[in-house]
Design a protein around this ligand. Structure first.
Ligand SMILES: CC(C)(COP(=O)(O)OP(=O)(O)OC[C@H]1O[C@@H](n2cnc3c(N)ncnc32)[C@H](O)[C@@H]1OP(=O)(O)O)[C@@H](O)C(=O)NCCC(=O)NCCS
Length: 156
């Protein structure tokens, strides 16, 4: 099944809100989605299959910083296990390289086996344990990936 990745646009907001609603916790509001789509320091990527928006990833970077942060990644539950998140993270890392970042970081719940499996497969390591990091008291982990550790992509 062929997955298409592209940047999010304002026309995606309703579909993005539906995806966000599937992942209770830090849900993004319409207003914050709009702001991230317009933010020049954000790479807001969406994944589609046959025109249906099934996943999204938000990468944030800061001027002058060599580290970018994956703020959010969600895949529609019915479409998990197809490699969509892996494609999104790989594309986000390419975007981070284009911004001259050398590291990608993120925080993940320690009990999120799917996300931890995803990032482990892609070479992320645990930098810090974050006890009681989340509002419900759950522990977090800060993960990072050194982009230098990977071979350069063929197109630089
Ligand atoms: C985490 C999430 C984004 C993964 O999306 P996905 O598209 O199903 O993941 P992929 O199909 O790209 O999987 C890539 C790899 O991740 C790992 N993985 C994915 N789901 C997994 C699971 N349930 N358990 C363990 N490892 C898993 C596997 O290594 C997999 O590679 P493989 O298929 O070769 O074994 C998805 O489960 C999701 O949206 N969860 C809710 C939101 C969330 O937790 N976001 C992360 C917050 S940090």
């Amino acid at each position: 099944m062929s997955v298409t990745l592209r940047r999010a646009t304002l026309a995606d907001i309703d579909a993005l809100l539906e995806l966000e609603a599937l992942f209770p916790g830090d849900q993004m509001s319409r207003r914050s989605l709009r702001a991230f789509i317009a933010n020049p320091r954000a790479d807001f990527l969406v994944a589609e299959i046959r025109g249906e928006l099934l996943g999204n990833l938000l990468l944030l970077s800061r001027a002058g910083r060599r580290s970018a942060r994956i703020y959010s990644v969600i895949v529609d539950p019915a479409s998990r296990g197809l490699g969509i998140a892996q494609e999104l993270v790989t594309a986000a890392e390419a975007a981070a390289r284009q911004r001259r970042c050398t590291t990608v970081t993120l925080e993940v719940r320690a009990d999120n086996a799917a996300a931890r499996g995803l990032y482990r497969k892609l070479g992320y390591i645990t930098d810090h344990h974050l006890p009681a990091y989340y509002d419900d008291g759950a522990d977090g982990l800060r993960l990072s990936h050194d982009l230098h550790a990977d071979p350069e992509p063929a197109d630089g």
